[in-house]
Design a protein around this ligand. Structure first.
Ligand code: AMP
Length: 296
């Protein structure tokens, strides 16, 4: 495995690899790698010749008062995890190189970034899109893999790649969960024992909503209130930030749930923000959104 820190070394590797006609698949991360990240790496392997994983805790996507300073950082363990999973390039640029003094260009999206997490974390997606655009320019991947865990983020990156003609194919991999359903996240480690016991309520509420939908109910307001009721029952300490049924393509609320509807929850358990979502009848929209299959 190559361990690359410097931007020009990354670019040189990518250019040489592309010249050799080989396909680069890219998995960007903020580190503290868990089984969700590893699943993306494994999916990436099947999509090209070389897998590049980046580790960068991007300062511009954290708001004031968010967890940038205490975000888990474990470079050595992450490097070893990548090595163990046969990653070809481990790219870990410094913040100083990514944002040198005088940096002033940002990527902003004006529509899909407005609801859900965008409404609660001003500037978050601007920071995400900016760093992903930078990373795409450095790594020059043919394909990039993102997790459905952050569905709005994946959808936005797809839109950016398309609108800015980046020539990167953006794929979305299924959410990896703990045995009790909790979506894996680097932030789960912040949860107290009581909070950890309540956290699977989000996934449970979404699974319940899927069952209700599959039984024939379509009314979005009703399905969202079922989700709220389930969360209140199983996670009394969770403060819900949003429960919404959105058209995944347009990221606009729907009245009736249908194939391609995203049911999304954002909640706080104490100081920890948790998000989770499901796509209804995902198979019917898989090709349109580059979804990788559940079992693949
Ligand atoms: P992060 O390090 O949290 O920025 O995540 C890096 C990538 O891993 C993003 O594309 C995330 O959506 C993805 N990811 C994080 N958690 C999971 C999970 N539980 N299942 C699948 N993908 C995930």
């Amino acid at each position: 495995m190559r361990d690359i820190e410097h931007l020009e070394a990354m670019r040189a590797w990518s250019q040489a690899t592309r010249r050799a006609g080989e396909r680069i698949v890219f998995v960007p991360t903020m580190g503290a790698l868990h089984a969700g990240h590893i699943a993306l790496i494994q999916r990436a392997r099947g999509l090209g010749d070389h897998v590049v994983v980046s580790l960068f805790v991007n300062p511009t996507q954290f708001g004031p008062g968010e967890d940038f300073d205490r975000y888990p950082r474990m470079l050595e363990a992450d490097r070893e995890a990548c090595r163990a999973h046969a990653v070809d390039v481990f790219f870990r640029p410094s913040a100083e190189a990514m944002y040198p003094p005088g940096h002033s260009v940002y990527v902003q999206e004006d529509r899909l970034s407005q609801p859900l997490c965008g409404a609660r974390r001003p500037g978050h997606f601007r920071g995400v899109l900016t760093v992903v655009a930078q990373l795409f320019n450095l790594v020059q991947p043919h394909t990039a893999v993102f997790g459905q865990k952050d569905a709005q983020q994946a959808r936005l990156i797809q839109q950016m790649a398309r609108d800015l003609h980046m020539g990167v194919e953006v794929r979305m991999a299924p959410t990896v969960r703990e045995a009790d359903g909790l979506a894996m996240s680097s932030r789960n480690r912040y949860l107290s024992a009581v909070q950890r016991a309540q956290a699977p309520a989000l996934a449970r509420a979404l699974a319940h909503a899927r069952a209700v939908y599959e039984a024939g109910r379509r009314d979005a307001a009703e399905i969202c209130s079922e989700i709220r009721a389930q969360c209140a029952r199983w996670a009394p300490e969770a403060a819900l930030e949003y429960v919404e049924a959105m058209d995944f393509d347009r990221m606009e609320p729907v009245d009736q749930c249908a194939p391609g509807t995203l049911l999304a929850i954002g909640a706080r358990l104490g100081a920890t923000r948790l998000i989770d979502n499901i796509l209804l009848d995902a198979g019917t929209v898989a090709d349109r959104f580059g979804l990788l299959p559940e079992d693949g």
